[in-house]
Design a protein around this ligand. Structure first.
Ligand SMILES: CC(C)(COP(=O)(O)OP(=O)(O)OC[C@H]1O[C@@H](n2cnc3c(N)ncnc32)[C@H](O)[C@@H]1OP(=O)(O)O)[C@@H](O)C(=O)NCCC(=O)NCCS
Length: 151
């Protein structure tokens, strides 16, 4: 895929972004328990949401959250969601989306981008984040990994 681009969410892409079909077994990894518990601590104004378009088709979406003063370390400069359509996976869409978010973090003067994910499982995203250079900082109290990418 050479024609990927990121766009802000619009009326015409929102429905497609919200109904991306993942591979069987992946749904359980979309929101790790740590993020589920922290959801009410995320300020809506801190969200940075983009869809990934391949031509006219929405093939992925990413939501970042930027809130440097948040009491929760996990919510200061983070990937909150990243999803890629099942039939578009394995072709660099997820990497493209995360790099776009990392560029945004850099432009805000931030020195790292973090993520929380549930480790293990054949369908989980652990290998993806490791391939992108994220390093595990610690395990959360719910057994998720809190990992960071130096920018
Ligand atoms: C995780 C996810 C976003 C990856 O998207 P993707 O477009 O398939 O990933 P990419 O094609 O950009 O892969 C980038 C790198 O990660 C590696 N990778 C991705 N998924 C992998 C897997 N399941 N196993 C091993 N390596 C994997 C790729 O091989 C590639 O490495 P390389 O460039 O060294 O070859 C996608 O699988 C997904 O939407 N999963 C369900 C939702 C989810 O778990 N989100 C994360 C919540 S925290």
């Amino acid at each position: 895929m050479t024609d990927l681009r990121l766009e802000a969410l619009s009326a015409s892409t929102a429905a497609a972004a919200n109904s991306l079909t993942l591979k069987p077994g992946q749904e359980q990894f979309v929101q790790p328990t740590t993020y589920g518990v922290a959801e009410s601590d995320v300020k809506p104004s801190s969200a940075w949401t983009r869809v990934v378009l391949d031509g006219d088709r929405v093939v992925g979406m990413i939501i970042g959250t930027f809130d440097e003063d948040n009491a929760e370390e996990e919510l200061r400069s983070a990937i909150w969601r990243v999803n890629v359509a099942a039939d578009a996976q394995g072709r660099g869409v997820g990497r493209f989306a995360v790099h776009g978010l990392a560029d945004e973090a850099r432009s805000r003067g931030l020195e790292r981008l973090t993520v929380v994910y549930e480790p293990g499982g054949d369908s989980g995203p652990e290998a993806f984040f490791r391939a992108l250079g994220f390093e595990v900082v610690r395990e959360t109290q719910y057994g998720d990994h809190f990992a960071a990418l130096a920018l």
